[in-house]
Design a protein around this ligand. Structure first.
Ligand SMILES: Nc1ncnc2c1ncn2[C@@H]1O[C@H](COP(=O)(O)OP(=O)(O)O)[C@@H](O)[C@H]1O
Ligand SMILES: [Mg+2]
Length: 309
């Protein structure tokens, strides 16, 4: 069963304003995207491709302009009060920069207690907070401290603890380690990996880093400019990447050093306007393609690619 199922979704934002004429700009155009109940799914794409917009749509913070999002087969917009409460408890989100979402006047104990209070849970609060701090490997005495008194890695553990405190089955992680030092990144990813199996929770892991998703996810969606250009099981995406953008991401993930030992990361150039409907205008084989329109192609039952080549 699909936890989430997106169909024919379009989302527009207004662009411009102060100095230029406002126009409506299509930021997402998703024909179909499913998140099965028992899988962790990765969503990869460069900055501005629409990843956080998908996260906000799934959390029902914003609504689609066209198309539908279903939660266990029922339109997200039509959930009743009880269903909504259940959904709010089961689906949680953590962000790239946790400090901005916490009230600086609350101590850690109060930060962790808040979701319980909002959901009318007032028994066993202390035990629950203790257990949750244990789950994320933080010392109990951290609970009297304030958010500015702890490190970035500890802050991200607090935001994971806050997401876990209502026993969710699904957590959207929007670039959860992008703001952290490399050494802390792997600790947080290992924690998420362990929690996945010990608590039976699944993720939508949003990242621009393919290696994060390879480690944590069963299935991957590659997003480019608001369009899914390729999706498949993680093993299919890494074993047989078909879209030139997917290949570029895999190449870019491998840092190369030149003879002088200087990092020589392949740069991702800016988009230009092309004539084809394919969004990937910087494709190295753009001229070869020569097709005005691109159809989605099924490679296997689970692997799909949006490319003519
Ligand atoms: N509230 C908003 N109003 C106008 N434009 C927005 C808004 N939120 C996002 N956008 C635009 O939508 C596009 C996708 O943004 P986002 O989903 O944040 O991308 P990502 O998370 O992949 O970096 C970007 O071009 C961004 O500027
Ligand atoms: Mg984002």
């Amino acid at each position: 069963m699909n936890r989430f199922s997106i169909k024919n979704l379009k989302k527009y934002f207004e662009r411009g304003g102060y100095f230029s004429k406002k126009d409506r700009h299509l930021v997402l155009n998703i024909k179909s995207m499913d998140i099965p109940e028992n899988l962790s799914v990765g969503l990869i794409g460069e900055s501005g491709s629409g990843k956080s917009t998908i996260a906000r749509l799934l959390m029902n913070i914003i609504r689609p302009d066209e198309g539908s999002i279903e939660y266990f087969g029922k339109s997200l917009g039509s959930l009743g009060k009880e269903e909504m409460r259940d959904y709010r408890q089961k689906c949680q989100i953590i962000f790239q920069d946790p400090s901005s979402q916490f009230n600086p006047r609350m101590n850690i104990y109060e930060i962790l207690r808040e979701p319980l209070l909002i959901n009318g849970i007032d028994t066993g609060v202390e035990d629950r907070i203790k257990q949750t701090l244990e789950l994320v490997s933080l010392p109990q005495d951290i609970s009297t401290r304030y958010i500015h008194q702890i490190s970035g890695g500890q802050r991200q553990r607090i935001s994971i603890a806050r997401a876990l405190i209502l026993n969710p089955s699904f957590i959207i992680c929007d670039e959860p380690v992008s703001a952290l030092d490399i050494s802390v990144q792997s600790q947080i990813l290992n924690l998420l990996y362990d929690l996945r199996f010990s608590l039976n929770v699944n993720y939508l892991m949003i990242s621009h880093d393919l290696s994060v998703v390879r480690f944590l996810c069963d299935y991957v969606y590659i997003l480019y400019n608001g369009i899914i250009v390729e999706c498949g099981k993680t093993s299919e995406i890494f074993g047989e990447p078909l879209h030139p953008y997917t290949r570029e991401l895999i190449d870019a993930a491998m840092l190369k050093t030149d003879d002088n030992g200087i990092f020589n990361q392949k740069s991702l150039s800016d988009e230009k306007t092309g004539t084809s409907l394919c969004p990937f205008v910087r494709c190295p084989r753009f001229n070869e393609c020569g097709r005005e329109s691109v159809e989605e192609r099924k490679v296997t039952g689970t692997h799909r690619v949006f490319c003519n080549l």
